[in-house]
Write a protein that binds this ligand. Structure first.
Ligand SMILES: Cc1ncc(COP(=O)(O)O)c(C=O)c1O
Length: 373
């Protein structure tokens, strides 16, 4: 029996998500120690002290199911975003919310639009439903936001059959972003029946004053859905908490496909504590911004081209196949992220670490480039 044939063609032909290489795997394979992972855009400071204390306290109650509605966390988020709790959908990471959106709103009869080089979860979530993906070509070389979202090209692909348009702002893996004026104009051009999902996983790191916080636009655009995460600046990637903000009617549909108890009790407690720990957030953001300047300057010194970024990562161009450079860095105990799965075989994505980690990454890169494989 060939069980693969029991799946829909859409699922059978999916390319699975490729995660960053775990440190344990590298050290096992290469027989090395003291490696660093700058491959999954995690927070190098980890969780803050308040979250860690909340996690310890929450452990006492893990014999009980979590609050399946996440009431206390939703209340805090509602206050923060100036909306009601009915607008909030909690997810097991924002990835979960993105998949719920696809499950709830996409069918084989409709279409979804995203950009070339957009975050890899969008194509997976869309294709699994059998909906038609329309991929807009990215902005060309020479453009200040080369490889970034071309909103005009995306708008041209949208029509009455388009149920979802995904905009990652800033985008991973490119780090590129769209400004408030352009995004507003873009949303206005879309049919009212098209949900615009603005994925703001990295918004806490942003320092461009023209960058939109679309959580403030929910009343203006009923078809807007904003996704956020605790995995990046809040340092809780391993616990998996994210959320969507939308009209209550949209949240109601997501709630139908949401798994019962999709966010565990420890994650709920940690997320609440993380929201209150402004000091840790401030430190995390400052570390990333400072590190971004350090890594960009280091790349400039090495004569390595890179894209601008508003995230906690940078996309660099090796000017040759990146696989050998990646491999040479691995041998020095530094894990970064190849992006061949995005059809960018010459690029590497570097997550910003602590100052020391960044220094080590740049030294490993310098050596990897010099061995000239
Ligand atoms: C743009 C973007 N959106 C969403 C996510 C999903 O993050 P999580 O599921 O950890 O919230 C990521 C993770 O890297 C991302 O880069």
């Amino acid at each position: 029996m060939d069980f693969t044939n029991l799946c829909s063609a859409a699922v059978r032909t999916l390319a699975p998500y490729v995660p960053g290489k775990p440190i344990e795997e590298l050290e096992r394979e290469y027989g090395i120690r003291d490696s660093i992972k700058l491959a999954s855009n995690e927070n190098p400071l980890g969780a803050g002290p308040r979250a860690i204390a909340a996690i310890a306290a929450a452990c006492r109650d893990i014999g009980l199911y979590p609050d399946g509605n996440g009431f206390a966390l939703k209340q805090m988020l509602a206050q923060r975003h100036g909306c009601t709790i009915e607008c909030i959908t909690l997810g097991n990471g924002s990835n979960d919310v993105l998949v719920m959106l696809a499950e709830a709103f996409l069918t084989t009869e409709v279409e979804a639009v995203y950009s070339q080089y957009a975050f890899a979860v969008y194509p997976i979530a869309v294709q699994a439903t059998g909906a038609q993906a329309r991929v807009a070509p990215a902005l060309p070389e020479g453009h200040p936001m080369a490889l970034g979202h071309d909103l005009d090209a995306m708008a041209r692909l949208a029509n009455e059959k388009t149920r979802i348009v995904f905009v990652a702002n800033p985008n991973n893996p490119t780090g590129t972003w769209v400004g408030a004026v352009a995004l507003r104009q873009f949303i206005r051009k879309l049919p009212a029946s098209t949900l615009v999902v603005v994925d703001e996983a990295y918004i806490e790191y942003v320092d461009d004053p023209d960058f939109p916080d679309t959580s403030r636009w929910l009343a203006e655009f009923p078809n807007l859905v904003v996704t956020r995460t605790f995995s990046k600046a809040y340092g809780l990637a391993g616990l998996r908490v994210g959320y969507a903000l939308s009209q209550p009617a949209v949240a109601g549909m997501l709630n139908r496909v949401r798994q019962a108890f999709n966010v565990n009790s420890i994650a709920l407690a940690a997320a609440r504590a993380a929201l209150e720990d402004e000091e840790h957030l401030r430190k995390s953001v400052a570390t990333a911004r400072e590190g971004l300047r350090q890594v960009a300057a280091g790349l400039d010194e090495l004569g390595v081209r890179h894209l601008p970024s508003q995230g906690n990562f940078l996309l660099m161009d090796c000017g040759r196949p990146a696989a050998a450079v990646y491999e040479a860095m691995l041998r020095q105990g530094v894990i970064v992220r190849p992006v061949g799965n995005y059809q960018l075989p010459n690029h590497l994505r570097l997550t910003i670490g602590t100052g020391q980690q960044n220094q080590r990454m740049l030294a490993a890169l310098k050596h990897a480039l010099s061995v000239g494989i």
